[in-house]
Structure formats: C-alpha cells, structure tokens
Design a binder for this molecule. Structure first.
Ligand code: C2E
Ligand code: MG
Ligand code: MG
Length: 407
C-alpha cells in the first residue's frame, strides 16, 4: 500500500480575468498564458456576469475587488448562486484587511479561494497560485465543501467499521529545537481503504461517523492500530512518539483514560510515548466531563495537544486552564504566513502564547522552505507539512526516517 497520492489528472482549468485597469489586465493575461492556460478577459464585471451564465469543468476567476460599476463583492455574491462556481484569486489595491474580508465572505459562501494578491502585483506569487499543485489543493478543498452533504451512506460506513477497512497513514513531524529527544515524531491519520474506490480521506467520512455515534468504534480501531504499530517499531529498535487524533465524543467518555493506559501497558509502551490531539473547536462542548477525562489522561502521563489552534473561537482563559502540553497552529495561518501579514501576526501570537503557558508549539501545513525557516526564527518547536513529508503508509516510514538521518 502506498502513501497519500495526488488527485488523478484532470483537464487544465480555464481562467477568467476581471479587472477594470487595462494595463493590469494585459499583464495578468500574459502571466496566465505563459502558464499554459486558456484565458478569457473582461474589463467589466457586468459583461462577465451577462456572458458567462454557467460554468463547466474546472475554472479559475482572477477578480479585482475594486471596480467602478459592479465591484468584486457583487461578483462573489453572484457566484455563490451559480452551479460549479470557479475557484477565486482575489486582487485588491487597498489594504490587506479588504482582501481578508472578501476572502472570508467568499469562504462563507462556500467558494474556494486559491489565494489573494495585493497591488502592485507579485508575478511570482500569481504564477505559484496557478501551478497545478495549488489548483489541485483548491479542488480538494472544494471536495470538502461539497462533502458536507454525505458522500457515503451510514450502512456503507458501518460495514467498513465491521470489516476493518480503516488503516493509518503516518505524517512525520520535525523538531526544530532539539532537546535530547529524537528529531522526528509522527501523526497518525486515518484512511478508509474502500473496496472499489481506493483510499478515502477522513474529511469524507468522519462527520457521518460522528453523527451516527460511532466515533468510539473508529477511535478504538485507530488506537489499537497506532499503538500496535508503535509496539512493532519498538521491537525493531525504532522509538517514535505518535500523535493520535481523538474527537469530542471521545473526551466525554469517562473510561477513555483507562482504555488507553491498558492498551499501552499491553504493548509494553509508556504513556509518555503518545500525544492525543483534540481539535480546538470541539473542546468547549461538555467542559466538565472533558476536563475530568483530559486531566486524568494528563495525570497518567499522556501528552495532550490542541489541534487546529486559532480556528475555534474558544475562550483563551478556559482553554489555558485545560491540561494541554502542546498547541498546533492551524494550517490556514501557517500556509500563508510568508505572504500575509495578518496570518504572520496570528502565528507569532500563537508562539508567544505557547511560550507564556509553557506549551510546545507545532506548526502544521508547512509547504516550503521559507515557511520552515521563518518558523524556526520565531521559536516554533516543531513543524509538520508537505515540505517535510506527506502522510505515508507504515512500511514507508522507516525507510524515510533512515534517509533523513543519513543525509
Ligand atoms: P488534522 O489532525 O489537523 O491533520 C492534518 C491534516 O492536514 C491531514 O489531513 C494532513 O494530511 C493535512 N496536511 C498535512 N500537511 C499538510 C500540508 O502541508 N498542506 C496541506 N494542504 N495539508 C496538509 P487528513 O489526513 O485529510 O485529515 C483531516 C482531518 O481529519 C485531521 O486534521 C483530523 O482532524 C481528522 N482525522 C484524521 N485522522 C483521524 C482519526 O484517526 N480520528 C479522528 N477523530 N479524526 C481524524
Ligand atoms: Mg491532528
Ligand atoms: Mg490540524
């Protein structure tokens, strides 16, 4: 079985351009054409909305927000009502708050924003947004948005649980500040080995499992596999800390701490060798019960991490009264911190909070060297993301680690 694979190739996207400044429109057209993509230009939003009534296939719209007649926000509102809307690249000559506001509005309308550009334009950034990788990521995002409606039936998922069709992939995390421990750890990410469709990612089935009340079943499978694998690696001489994702319903199950310590003991592992990740947005549900469970897990030595930190709007006071030892900055901030001052400010604030509360700070969604270097400079302890490695099957992790340690 192989690791996470790229989406299957699909036709190159068609690109629409709307900008009232003709010289900018010409520059944009040249860049898009040089990227080898088909391009259609409009100097007025009205003409675009009148002419293009429906979209087929994959499309991208590069949209200037500030235009004299119909502005970009009106176009966003119009697109929200159309079938198969294009992915957006937003442009503005005003301050970055305008771009962020428009981006949030588009996302609230379930549109995909591939990126934003401030004027004067950075040609390099525009080209990188048009690269196939960025476009595929947008397509995956779009898949997530659509999959709020269920892709699979409850019966299919019940069968998958009963027939043991779930497996784990492992994504390495790299320590930037070495403190005597090993340089790498890994996060366990569940995948469904669908009998006919291949590997299915969690965003297409986790929500339904949660709604059906079957999360304890999935978590039990995940814990068993992760800890069993960790035991096997330990037998082979590889000691690696594993992070395991658990959900809101797990942390309200009062027997979870015992279940985990028994599993670890049965596999001759110490409680300090796993970290449990709980998504920030799920933490505040049943505060009293989850505090009980989390505190007992911590007392037993299990490390706890707040996942997707910065997206949950939870009260900082309540959050930092919980017994967490790590916070993972959400990838939506990390992935654009090099080009977006607001994202950078949030990342810096998270690192500072971590320092103040003696928590380890991990950044996820690190996709390039510049981001990794900046995080290192800012004092972030560990990084995870495609730049380090994509999630991979268990049998690929050891060779990967050997290669890193040899180089
Ligand atoms: P998460 O725990 O925040 O995991 C990180 C997600 O980001 C993973 O997606 C990972 O493949 C992806 N990722 C990592 N590096 C990069 C990067 O550089 N760029 C981009 N664009 N993405 C990156 P995945 O595996 O699809 O998992 C999605 C979410 O599903 C996880 O988010 C987690 O909340 C949930 N999940 C995964 N496995 C489990 C599980 O065993 N149990 C539970 N309850 N939830 C799980
Ligand atoms: Mg996680
Ligand atoms: Mg996360």
């Amino acid at each position: 079985m192989s690791g996470d694979v790229a989406s299957p190739p699909s036709p190159a996207p068609k690109v629409y351009l709307i900008d009232d400044e003709l010289d900018i429109l010409q520059i944009l057209r040249d860049v898009v054409e040089l990227s080898g993509l088909e391009v259609h230009c409009f100097s007025q939003a009205d003409a675009f909305m009148k002419e293009i009534q429906c979209f087929e296939g994959n499309n991208i719209l590069i949209l200037d927000l500030q235009m004299p007649k119909t502005d970009g926000i009106e176009v966003i509102r119009h697109l929200a009502k159309t079938e198969n809307p294009p992915d957006l690249i937003l442009i503005s000559g005003q301050d970055s708050a305008v771009l962020s506001g428009a981006e949030n509005l588009a996302v609230a309308h379930s549109l995909v924003v591939l990126g934003t550009l401030e004027k004067p334009l950075s040609i390099t950034r525009l080209r990188s947004l048009l690269e196939p990788q960025a476009v595929i990521r947008g397509r995956r995002l779009r898949g997530n948005i659509k999959s709020t409606a269920d892709d699979y039936s409850a019966q299919e998922l019940r069968e998958a649980l009963d027939l043991d069709q779930f497996c784990l992939h492992y994504q390495p995390k790299e320590e930037l500040v070495l403190s005597g421990t090993s340089k790498y750890s890994a996060e366990c990410l569940v995948r469904w080995r669908h009998p006919t469709q291949g590997i299915i990612y969690p965003d297409r089935f986790i929500a339904l499992i949660e709604r059906q009340g079957w999360m304890p079943d999935l978590t039990s499978i995940v814990l068993q596999q992760a800890i069993g694998q960790q035991h096997q690696w330990q037998e082979e001489g590889l000691q690696i800390n594993l992070s395991i994702n658990i959900s809101a319903s797990d942390i309200t199950s009062l027997t979870l701490p015992e279940h985990i310590s028994r599993l670890l003991a049965d596999n001759a592992l110490d409680t300090t060798e796993i970290t449990l990740e709980v998504t920030e947005s799920e933490l505040m549900g049943e505060l009293t019960t989850s505090l009980d469970v989390l505190t007992r897990l911590r007392l037993k030595g299990v490390r706890l991490s707040i996942d997707d930190f910065g997206t949950g709007y939870s009260s900082l006071l309540q959050l930092f009264r919980m017994p967490f030892s790590e916070l993972k900055i959400d990838q939506s901030f990390v992935s654009k911190m090099v080009v977006d001052l607001e994202a950078l400010a949030i990342v810096k604030a998270c690192i500072l909070l971590g320092e103040q509360f003696q928590m380890r700070v991990v950044a996820e969604g690190v996709e390039d060297q510049a981001t990794k270097e900046l995080l290192q400079e800012l004092g972030c302890q560990a990084v995870q993301g495609y730049f380090i490695a994509k999630p991979m099957a268990a049998e690929q992790l050891r060779p990967w680690l050997a290669l890193q340690l040899a180089s």
